[in-house]
Ligand binder design. Structure first.
Ligand code: CTP
Ligand SMILES: C[C@](O)(CO)[C@H](O)COP(=O)(O)O
Length: 254
């Protein structure tokens, strides 16, 4: 079936987080965010090739950081202007041995090994799958300060990473997005725009993306909960063994 590779993207500007330290380098309970994320993927033996995409000026710093934490096996490459450019550069750095690829935000450090393994299984099978969770709040469509309408919550999910793709298809899709001038916030969107079926599977509540300063406080608190909880291993947070469960998002698959 071929190898599974991962591309961790961490070349953003972090405008919404603000501050002097870029998000990947912010300490989360004393360990830089990107190091925490890399540590999770480094522990998953199903992942063969690993790439981290960072801003060009951060390449040497990330190399030293990974070495300092004893994390081996990552190629570090310079990213692009938009997220999709960074993903493209990262995927291109994987070898042709790689059949399936996981694309993950470097700033989602609380992703569990269990979710990575589950998504790696989809990638190995050549599936296009995103982890997602139901929407809990009522969502309103707006125009300025005016509320226009309320879409049915049952038909909405909030999407996370790691997202699974066949490597060659992802490269072709991103090239097509470039040709057509599509700007997307995740790579699955390109397949949706191309009319290609994309499926979803259950994501994780703890797998939050560090976007604004409050997220950092929440992530610190979650880490405290995880480490304080003696039986967290058995509570579904860090379950690591067993075959991937049948994804509910596949129920409607033709
Ligand atoms: N040119 C870019 C833009 C984003 N990303 C990465 O994509 C992930 C998700 O993006 P987001 O959280 O929005 O990060 P930023 O783009 O850094 O944040 P902002 O939009 O607030 O500037 C992050 O890990 C970010 O580093 C990237 O690798 N290259
Ligand atoms: C890929 C992603 O993390 C899924 O939630 C998200 O789309 C990234 O979006 P952002 O615009 O970079 O916050």
């Amino acid at each position: 079936m071929g190898t599974v590779g991962v591309v961790l993207v961490a070349a953003g500007e972090g405008r919404r987080m603000g501050g002097n330290v870029r998000k990947p380098f912010l300490p989360l309970a004393g360990i830089p965010v990107l190091v925490r994320t890399a540590q999770v993927f480094a522990r998953v033996s199903e992942i063969g090739e690993k790439v981290i995409v960072v801003r060009r000026e951060d390449v040497p710093r990330v190399g030293s950081l990974l070495a300092a934490y004893g994390i081996r096996g990552f190629r570090i490459v310079a990213g692009g202007e938009r997220r999709q450019d960074s993903v493209f550069l990262g995927v291109r750095a994987l070898s042709e041995e790689v059949h399936g690829v996981l694309v993950h935000d470097g700033v989602r450090p609380l992703v569990s090994e269990a979710l990575v393994r589950r998504m790696a299984a989809y990638a190995r099978e050549g599936r296009i799958v995103v982890p997602a969770l139901p929407v809990k709040d009522t969502i309103k469509e707006i125009s300025g300060r005016q509320v226009l309408r309320t879409p049915k919550r049952e038909g909405l999910v909030r999407v996370q990473t790691p997202q699974a793709f066949p490597r060659a298809d992802l490269l072709r899709a991103l090239e097509e997005a470039e040709r057509r001038g599509w700007e997307v916030t995740d790579e699955a969107s390109v397949f949706e725009l191309l009319g290609h079926p994309v499926f979803w599977t259950e994501g994780e509540e703890y797998n939050l993306k560090l976007t604004t300063p409050e997220d950092l406080a929440v992530a610190e608190a979650l880490l405290r909960v995880l480490s304080a909880s003696e039986d967290a291993e058995g509570q579904g947070f860090r379950v690591e063994s067993g075959a991937p469960p049948a994804p509910k998002g596949y129920d409607a698959e033709p």
